[in-house]
Design a protein around this ligand. Structure first.
Ligand code: ZN
Ligand code: ZN
Length: 144
């Protein structure tokens, strides 16, 4: 068994390496796509998250208001389950553990990202750091 595995009955994802970033996302795109107020988002290095049946995926722009952006939402062509976000620049692959078939013991997010004080949402008070972007020390991996 891989350390992390997700997907649906038609397409499976797996990684033996930990995510390189694991946060609670407050951005408007995640809100719109997931329908959740906040979204647990894990970034894997692109080469770490394996997909066993890439041909079984339909690819859609993650942000339909910025269709030329780098991230694509990949959903199972058979059943419509969201499987991952894939990066056209091959830097990262993104998992939303609770929607993409991962087990409930997925490590908890370490901080809050893209919190917008102007949104009117109270600032999170769970003790984890809160940033208006990704954490300042996050470094994007090289594309491949
Ligand atoms: Zn987001
Ligand atoms: Zn499926």
């Amino acid at each position: 068994m891989a350390k992390y595995s997700g997907g649906c009955e038609h397409v499976h994802t797996s990684s033996d390496n930990d995510p390189i970033d694991n946060h609670t996302c407050h951005c408007s795109v995640c809100k719109r796509v997931t329908g959740q107020d906040t979204t647990h988002v894990a970034f894997f290095k692109h080469g770490d998250l394996h997909v066993d049946n890439e041909g079984g995926l339909n690819r859609l722009p993650f942000n339909d208001q910025n269709p030329d952006g780098p991230l694509e939402l990949c959903v199972c062509a058979e059943c419509g389950t969201p499987i991952m976000l894939d990066d056209k620049q091959h830097r990262i692959r993104v998992a939303v553990p609770n929607l993409m078939g991962y087990s409930s013991d997925f490590p908890a997010p370490s901080y809050h990202a893209f919190y917008d004080p102007a949104s009117g949402t109270p600032e999170p008070s769970d003790g984890r750091p809160v940033y208006e972007s990704l954490r300042p020390d996050f470094v994007w991996p090289e594309g491949s």
